[in-house]
Design a protein around this ligand. Structure first.
Ligand code: ATP
Length: 263
């Protein structure tokens, strides 16, 4: 279980820019193997939260634990999937997927075996030797997903992973991700700008509000899984409409403007 208690993050002043209160007193628990989606207008602190959970960015006050262990920098228990894919451009699909296992000092034969199995899972067996630039965006993100999942992380952190993809590819990828998550249960925290994506994927949707980044509300998504054709369910429409009402109301505040720190 992930436990976030009274988390506050302030980006310090830089040059003429004021310090920014990016996350203000956020508390949140994420259950083991839960699929949590995080939604909110630009500047509400979604990426900051994910980077903090990844151990990439320090925070000011508050506590974060994973299964009771305090987060203190990056760790093997977490893997991240980025919007920009962030693959090694000079390395083959196989080497990209095996890379993290190499850093973990898994012996060569074993890491290639595990990487190949994961590449098969994402449907890229024929492209093992290809370079990232020879693949479509959807295929590159499959590599990104395989690279993360091969590490068998307790927590998969996903920062708008499908937002650079066309709509159809995005939909395929959403269904494939859910299939993978069912097969290799893991806790997922998935950032998105899309209300439909948040509801389609999530067990719960966390809605953040901006300036400063705060928890607005958490929505349960009581839709049965597997979620094929779930858009036809009236509950799907009800939750997405409610999310839109809330987000639209937030646009009366100065969305995206950095929140100055007042003390
Ligand atoms: N490195 C940084 N230095 C200073 N301020 C930052 C930095 N990164 C983010 N911020 C500010 O912190 C706030 C939250 O940013 P963050 O990128 O986490 O929001 P977001 O919800 O992910 O936005 P978007 O949806 O546009 O990606 C914003 O006001 C942003 O300008």
């Amino acid at each position: 279980m992930i436990s976030i208690t009274n988390l506050t993050k302030i980006y310090p002043a830089r040059g003429d820019a004021e310090p920014v209160l990016a996350i203000d007193d956020l508390s949140l628990s994420v259950a083991e193997n839960e699929f949590l989606t995080v939604l909110g207008p630009s500047g509400c602190g979604k990426t900051t939260l994910l980077k903090i959970l990844a151990g990439l960015v320090p925070w000011n006050t508050g506590e974060i634990t994973i299964d009771g262990v305090p987060v203190d920098g990056p760790g093997d228990d977490r893997a991240m999937v980025f919007q920009s894919f962030a693959l090694l451009p000079w390395a083959s699909v196989l080497d990209n997927v095996a890379f993290g296992l190499m850093l973990r000092k898994v012996p060569r034969a074993e890491r290639y075996e595990q990487a190949r199995a994961m590449i098969r899972t994402v449907g890229l067996a024929r492209f093992e030797k290809s370079l990232p630039r020879e693949l479509s965006g959807g295929m590159q993100q499959r590599v990104g997903l395989a690279r993360a999942m091969v590490m068998r992380p307790k927590v998969l952190l996903m920062d708008e992973p499908f937002s650079a993809l066309d709509e159809q590819t995005r939909r395929y990828m959403q269904e494939e991700l859910l299939g993978m998550w069912e097969a290799h249960k893991t806790t997922v925290i998935f950032i998105t700008h899309s209300m439909e994506e948040a509801v389609f994927l999530g067990d719960r949707v966390v809605l953040l509000e901006p300036s400063p980044g705060r928890l607005h509300k958490i929505y349960d998504v009581p839709l049965a899984r597997p979620r094929h054709d779930v858009e036809e369910d009236p509950e799907f429409g009800r939750i997405t409409s409610e999310l839109w009402r809330q987000i639209r109301a937030m646009s009366t505040v100065d969305v995206g403007a950095p929140a100055p720190v007042t003390s």
